[in-house]
Design a protein around this ligand. Structure first.
Ligand SMILES: [Fe+2]
Length: 254
Protein backbone atom coordinates (compact mmCIF):
# COMPACT_ATOMS: atom_id res chain seq x y z
CA UNK A 1 0.00 0.00 0.00
CA UNK A 2 1.28 3.47 -0.82
CA UNK A 3 0.27 6.09 1.70
CA UNK A 4 -2.99 6.41 3.55
CA UNK A 5 -6.31 6.59 1.74
CA UNK A 6 -7.68 10.06 1.20
CA UNK A 7 -9.71 10.60 4.35
CA UNK A 8 -10.50 14.25 3.66
CA UNK A 9 -13.96 13.60 2.07
CA UNK A 10 -15.05 11.92 5.33
CA UNK A 11 -13.78 14.87 7.34
CA UNK A 12 -15.62 17.32 5.11
CA UNK A 13 -18.85 15.47 5.93
CA UNK A 14 -18.00 15.38 9.63
CA UNK A 15 -17.42 19.12 9.71
CA UNK A 16 -21.00 19.71 8.48
CA UNK A 17 -22.11 18.49 11.92
CA UNK A 18 -19.09 18.15 14.24
CA UNK A 19 -21.21 16.96 17.15
CA UNK A 20 -22.28 13.71 15.47
CA UNK A 21 -20.17 10.78 14.20
CA UNK A 22 -20.22 10.29 10.45
CA UNK A 23 -20.00 6.90 8.75
CA UNK A 24 -18.93 6.66 5.15
CA UNK A 25 -16.87 4.71 2.66
CA UNK A 26 -13.26 5.03 1.63
CA UNK A 27 -13.08 2.80 -1.41
CA UNK A 28 -14.47 -0.52 -0.15
CA UNK A 29 -13.82 0.32 3.52
CA UNK A 30 -16.53 1.38 5.92
CA UNK A 31 -15.18 4.02 8.31
CA UNK A 32 -16.83 5.98 11.12
CA UNK A 33 -15.23 9.29 11.99
CA UNK A 34 -15.88 11.63 14.90
CA UNK A 35 -14.35 14.41 16.94
CA UNK A 36 -13.54 13.29 20.47
CA UNK A 37 -13.96 16.84 21.84
CA UNK A 38 -16.10 18.97 19.54
CA UNK A 39 -16.02 22.73 20.11
CA UNK A 40 -12.88 22.52 22.25
CA UNK A 41 -12.57 26.29 22.86
CA UNK A 42 -16.05 26.34 24.43
CA UNK A 43 -15.14 23.45 26.76
CA UNK A 44 -11.92 25.21 27.82
CA UNK A 45 -13.64 28.58 28.24
CA UNK A 46 -16.37 27.07 30.42
CA UNK A 47 -14.07 25.07 32.68
CA UNK A 48 -11.57 27.89 33.24
CA UNK A 49 -14.01 30.81 33.10
CA UNK A 50 -12.73 32.24 36.40
CA UNK A 51 -9.23 32.45 34.90
CA UNK A 52 -10.38 33.93 31.61
CA UNK A 53 -12.01 37.29 32.32
CA UNK A 54 -10.81 38.58 28.95
CA UNK A 55 -11.65 35.39 27.08
CA UNK A 56 -9.58 32.49 25.82
CA UNK A 57 -8.03 34.37 22.91
CA UNK A 58 -6.76 37.03 25.29
CA UNK A 59 -5.12 34.31 27.38
CA UNK A 60 -3.54 32.83 24.26
CA UNK A 61 -2.09 36.24 23.42
CA UNK A 62 -0.89 36.96 26.96
CA UNK A 63 0.65 33.53 27.55
CA UNK A 64 2.38 33.30 24.21
CA UNK A 65 0.96 29.78 23.76
CA UNK A 66 -0.68 29.39 20.34
CA UNK A 67 -4.01 27.58 20.19
CA UNK A 68 -5.92 26.86 16.99
CA UNK A 69 -8.03 23.71 17.53
CA UNK A 70 -11.76 24.33 17.12
CA UNK A 71 -12.37 20.56 17.17
CA UNK A 72 -9.96 18.35 19.12
CA UNK A 73 -9.07 14.74 18.43
CA UNK A 74 -10.11 13.26 15.09
CA UNK A 75 -10.94 9.57 15.29
CA UNK A 76 -11.35 7.04 12.49
CA UNK A 77 -12.86 3.68 13.37
CA UNK A 78 -12.38 1.09 10.62
CA UNK A 79 -15.03 -1.60 10.37
CA UNK A 80 -12.44 -4.09 9.06
CA UNK A 81 -8.89 -4.40 10.37
CA UNK A 82 -6.90 -2.14 8.06
CA UNK A 83 -3.21 -1.66 7.34
CA UNK A 84 -2.16 1.99 7.17
CA UNK A 85 1.13 3.29 5.79
CA UNK A 86 1.28 6.33 8.07
CA UNK A 87 4.97 6.97 7.38
CA UNK A 88 7.72 5.93 4.99
CA UNK A 89 11.07 4.31 5.77
CA UNK A 90 12.62 7.75 6.30
CA UNK A 91 9.98 8.55 8.97
CA UNK A 92 8.17 11.03 6.74
CA UNK A 93 4.56 11.30 7.81
CA UNK A 94 1.81 10.87 5.21
CA UNK A 95 1.06 14.46 4.11
CA UNK A 96 -2.72 14.04 4.19
CA UNK A 97 -2.63 12.75 7.75
CA UNK A 98 -0.18 15.49 8.74
CA UNK A 99 -2.67 18.10 7.53
CA UNK A 100 -5.38 16.52 9.69
CA UNK A 101 -3.11 16.54 12.75
CA UNK A 102 -2.28 20.19 12.15
CA UNK A 103 -5.98 21.05 12.06
CA UNK A 104 -7.40 18.79 14.79
CA UNK A 105 -4.54 17.79 17.13
CA UNK A 106 -4.55 14.07 17.95
CA UNK A 107 -5.53 11.74 15.09
CA UNK A 108 -6.68 8.32 16.23
CA UNK A 109 -7.09 5.20 14.12
CA UNK A 110 -8.97 2.27 15.61
CA UNK A 111 -8.90 -1.24 14.14
CA UNK A 112 -5.81 -0.22 12.19
CA UNK A 113 -2.14 -1.19 12.24
CA UNK A 114 1.14 -0.45 10.52
CA UNK A 115 2.74 -2.83 8.01
CA UNK A 116 4.93 -5.69 9.26
CA UNK A 117 8.05 -3.80 8.18
CA UNK A 118 6.98 -0.61 9.96
CA UNK A 119 5.87 -2.40 13.12
CA UNK A 120 9.49 -3.34 13.78
CA UNK A 121 10.54 0.34 13.81
CA UNK A 122 10.42 2.59 16.86
CA UNK A 123 10.59 1.59 20.51
CA UNK A 124 8.29 0.91 23.46
CA UNK A 125 7.59 3.11 26.43
CA UNK A 126 5.32 3.66 29.40
CA UNK A 127 4.76 7.26 30.52
CA UNK A 128 4.42 8.43 34.13
CA UNK A 129 0.99 8.87 35.69
CA UNK A 130 -0.41 12.39 35.13
CA UNK A 131 3.02 13.79 34.34
CA UNK A 132 2.25 15.69 31.15
CA UNK A 133 5.24 16.17 28.89
CA UNK A 134 6.51 16.36 25.34
CA UNK A 135 8.77 13.77 23.72
CA UNK A 136 10.46 16.09 21.25
CA UNK A 137 11.77 19.64 21.21
CA UNK A 138 10.28 21.97 18.59
CA UNK A 139 13.68 22.09 16.88
CA UNK A 140 13.83 18.37 16.12
CA UNK A 141 13.01 17.35 12.53
CA UNK A 142 10.50 14.71 13.65
CA UNK A 143 8.14 16.61 16.00
CA UNK A 144 5.21 14.18 15.78
CA UNK A 145 4.85 10.98 17.80
CA UNK A 146 2.88 7.91 16.74
CA UNK A 147 1.77 5.77 19.67
CA UNK A 148 0.67 2.26 18.80
CA UNK A 149 -0.94 -0.94 19.96
CA UNK A 150 0.11 -3.81 17.68
CA UNK A 151 -2.74 -6.33 17.28
CA UNK A 152 -0.26 -9.08 16.30
CA UNK A 153 1.91 -8.67 19.41
CA UNK A 154 1.07 -11.11 22.25
CA UNK A 155 1.21 -8.39 24.89
CA UNK A 156 -0.28 -5.45 23.00
CA UNK A 157 -3.09 -7.51 21.47
CA UNK A 158 -4.74 -7.34 24.90
CA UNK A 159 -6.65 -4.23 26.00
CA UNK A 160 -4.47 -2.02 28.19
CA UNK A 161 -5.26 -1.06 31.78
CA UNK A 162 -3.78 2.45 31.46
CA UNK A 163 -4.76 5.35 29.23
CA UNK A 164 -2.69 7.87 27.33
CA UNK A 165 -4.00 11.40 27.91
CA UNK A 166 -3.49 14.19 25.38
CA UNK A 167 -4.22 17.87 25.86
CA UNK A 168 -3.39 21.20 24.24
CA UNK A 169 -0.53 23.27 25.65
CA UNK A 170 -2.95 26.04 26.61
CA UNK A 171 -4.98 23.62 28.75
CA UNK A 172 -1.86 22.42 30.55
CA UNK A 173 -0.95 26.04 31.20
CA UNK A 174 -4.43 26.97 32.45
CA UNK A 175 -4.60 23.94 34.72
CA UNK A 176 -1.16 24.83 36.08
CA UNK A 177 -2.41 28.36 36.85
CA UNK A 178 -5.57 26.92 38.44
CA UNK A 179 -3.48 24.67 40.68
CA UNK A 180 -1.30 27.61 41.68
CA UNK A 181 1.96 26.27 40.26
CA UNK A 182 2.26 28.70 37.31
CA UNK A 183 2.30 32.49 37.69
CA UNK A 184 0.40 33.91 34.71
CA UNK A 185 2.13 37.27 35.12
CA UNK A 186 5.61 35.94 34.55
CA UNK A 187 5.13 32.61 32.77
CA UNK A 188 5.28 32.79 28.98
CA UNK A 189 5.24 29.92 26.55
CA UNK A 190 4.59 26.23 27.15
CA UNK A 191 6.68 24.11 29.51
CA UNK A 192 8.03 20.75 28.39
CA UNK A 193 6.53 19.11 31.49
CA UNK A 194 3.59 19.72 33.87
CA UNK A 195 2.33 17.59 36.76
CA UNK A 196 -1.44 18.13 36.68
CA UNK A 197 -4.82 16.96 37.89
CA UNK A 198 -3.39 15.03 40.83
CA UNK A 199 -6.34 15.96 43.05
CA UNK A 200 -8.98 16.26 40.35
CA UNK A 201 -12.09 14.24 39.70
CA UNK A 202 -10.96 13.02 36.29
CA UNK A 203 -14.53 12.43 35.13
CA UNK A 204 -14.83 16.22 34.96
CA UNK A 205 -11.95 16.55 32.51
CA UNK A 206 -11.64 13.34 30.46
CA UNK A 207 -12.81 13.86 26.90
CA UNK A 208 -13.80 17.40 27.86
CA UNK A 209 -10.40 19.07 28.35
CA UNK A 210 -8.12 16.06 28.00
CA UNK A 211 -8.47 13.37 25.36
CA UNK A 212 -8.58 9.93 26.96
CA UNK A 213 -6.97 7.33 24.68
CA UNK A 214 -7.95 4.27 26.71
CA UNK A 215 -6.40 1.54 24.49
CA UNK A 216 -9.38 -0.60 25.43
CA UNK A 217 -10.61 -1.88 22.09
CA UNK A 218 -11.23 -5.65 22.20
CA UNK A 219 -8.41 -8.22 22.11
CA UNK A 220 -6.63 -8.31 18.77
CA UNK A 221 -7.55 -4.75 17.77
CA UNK A 222 -4.85 -2.38 16.53
CA UNK A 223 -4.87 1.26 17.62
CA UNK A 224 -2.70 4.15 16.37
CA UNK A 225 -2.48 7.70 17.73
CA UNK A 226 -0.64 10.54 16.02
CA UNK A 227 0.17 13.68 18.00
CA UNK A 228 2.24 16.85 17.60
CA UNK A 229 4.73 17.50 20.41
CA UNK A 230 4.87 21.21 19.51
CA UNK A 231 1.25 21.87 20.49
CA UNK A 232 0.23 18.97 22.75
CA UNK A 233 1.23 17.43 26.06
CA UNK A 234 0.72 13.74 26.90
CA UNK A 235 0.77 11.59 30.03
CA UNK A 236 -0.29 8.18 31.22
CA UNK A 237 -3.40 7.82 33.31
CA UNK A 238 -3.38 4.65 35.39
CA UNK A 239 -7.12 3.99 35.63
CA UNK A 240 -6.30 1.29 38.15
CA UNK A 241 -3.57 2.78 40.34
CA UNK A 242 -2.03 -0.64 40.91
CA UNK A 243 -1.57 -1.38 37.19
CA UNK A 244 0.61 0.75 34.93
CA UNK A 245 -0.21 -1.12 31.74
CA UNK A 246 2.21 -2.58 29.21
CA UNK A 247 4.58 -0.39 27.21
CA UNK A 248 3.03 1.04 24.05
CA UNK A 249 4.83 1.48 20.75
CA UNK A 250 6.40 4.91 20.15
CA UNK A 251 8.00 6.36 17.03
CA UNK A 252 8.79 9.87 15.89
CA UNK A 253 7.93 11.20 12.45
CA UNK A 254 8.14 14.48 10.63
FE1 LIG B 1 6.21 10.60 26.26
Amino acid sequence: MNGVFDLSPLVKHLLLNPLEPYSGWVGSLRVTTRFVIPDYPAQISAYYKDLLPGGLQNCVNQSGIPFNYNQFGLQFQFEQATELELHDNDMNLDPGVKALADQFGPVIFKNAYLSLEKRSMGHRNRFPHLSFHVDRSPMQPTPYSIFSRDPFDPEQSEPRTASTLLTANIVAYLQCVKEGTCDPVTEKGARSQYDLFGNSDMSQVLDKLVLNQAWNEPKGTGELVLQDNRTLQHASYYRDAARQGYRIGVRYVG
